[in-house]
Design a binder for this molecule. Structure first.
Ligand code: FAD
Length: 298
């Protein structure tokens, strides 16, 4: 218990949450419940994903407005540049800024035909995420996050090339990087060391994906080239028809991962909520992030 008690003393842990725009009314209702449950945790910011090529422009806008209004939270808009002209991307930035958005997560995005399809910059568009960061900064003094890949981006020939791109994004004005999800904390730590050796000093915030559905996460990990360790697969083996045990194992794994990162000195966490509150809420309590009214009563 000593580690848990130590964690309970931390009052310097900051969290952010990521949502995606709901695709139908049932999903919108689930998201509303999720926002209600997570809002009191006083996240640094809450980000809303954006479909590559502008495919979710309006739903993203609606979800951002929802987060601002219902949750009273500081909303960050993801924005991608793949498949769009610079004018089209700039128009979206302007629309988001007009809603009062001051935070962006600047991304290149993947070609719409699938993650395996090779990326080609739009001839009249932002070339990559670094170029997009520069474009955003030209609009205003936004708080900008960018993506980082502890297992390297699948298109990068090596870590040096990948980290060089991260450096360009930071040099152009990104305040932090949020990582692709991962399950190997040693790999994350090695990545942060490489990044620091390259002269990048912004926070490299781990992106934590609680495993609501192991099969879905495995499929997604395959597409993003995130490694699923054998020990992780073994823990979920045979639980396809046992949702209760699956949920217990998932919360234990998320807790282990996050508490271990806290022990390694990590203080900022980004949660891929998948628009579901329970696992994220529980893990936040474990690392000492509490509802505001609970703190006030203590
Ligand atoms: P960049 O930083 O521009 O490039 C990523 C890497 O690709 C670089 O490090 C570079 O090494 C390599 N690379 C780029 N171009 C080339 C090239 N021509 N040849 C060889 N290598 C190259 N996607 C969405 O569509 N919507 C979202 O809302 C979204 N949110 C995300 C949030 C986070 C935190 C993360 C980690 C990812 C998100 N993505 C999202 C996915 C992201 O769009 C993809 O991972 C995309 O493939 C790369 O985007 P980037 O911003 O990292 O690109």
């Amino acid at each position: 218990f000593s580690r848990t008690q130590r964690v309970a003393l931390n009052d310097d842990i900051r969290v952010s949450f990521e949502f995606f725009p709901p695709k139908n009314e049932a999903m919108a209702a689930t998201l509303a419940d999720t926002i209600e449950k997570l809002a009191p945790l006083n996240a640094d910011f809450v980000s809303v994903t954006y479909g590559a090529g502008g495919s979710t422009r309006e739903p993203t806008q609606r979800t951002l407005a929802h987060v601002q209004k219902q949750g009273g939270m500081d909303a960050a808009a993801h924005i991608t540049c793949v498949g769009s002209t610079r004018d089209e991307t700039d128009a979206v930035i302007r629309e988001f800024a007009a809603m009062g958005i001051r935070r962006f997560v600047a991304l290149r995005g993947d070609p719409q035909t699938g993650m395996g399809t090779r990326y080609v910059p739009h001839p009249g568009g932002y070339e990559n995420a670094a170029h997009l960061v520069a474009g955003l900064k030209a609009f205003g003094d936004f708080d900008i996050s960018v993506a980082a890949y502890p297992e390297k981006h699948p298109e990068s020939p090596d870590f040096a090339t990948d980290i060089d791109m991260l450096k360009r994004k930071v040099d152009n004005g990104a305040a932090r990087a949020i990582t692709q999800f991962f399950f190997d904390n040693d790999g994350y730590e090695r990545f942060v060391e490489r990044v620091r050796r390259a002269g990048i000093y912004v926070p490299i915030v781990p992106g934590i994906l609680p495993i609501h559905n192991f099969r879905a996460v495995s499929n997604f990990a395959g597409r993003c080239k995130t490694h699923i360790p054998a020990w992780l697969a073994e823990r979920f083996e045979g639980l396809e028809n046992d949702p209760q045990t699956h949920a217990l194992i998932a919360s234990a794994i998320a807790a282990e991962q996050v508490l271990d990162l806290v022990d390694r000195g990590v203080r900022d966490f980004h949660f891929y909520t998948m628009n579901r509150p329970d696992l994220v809420f529980a893990v936040c309590r474990l690392i000492g992030v509490r509802e505001e009214h609970v703190d006030a009563a203590a």
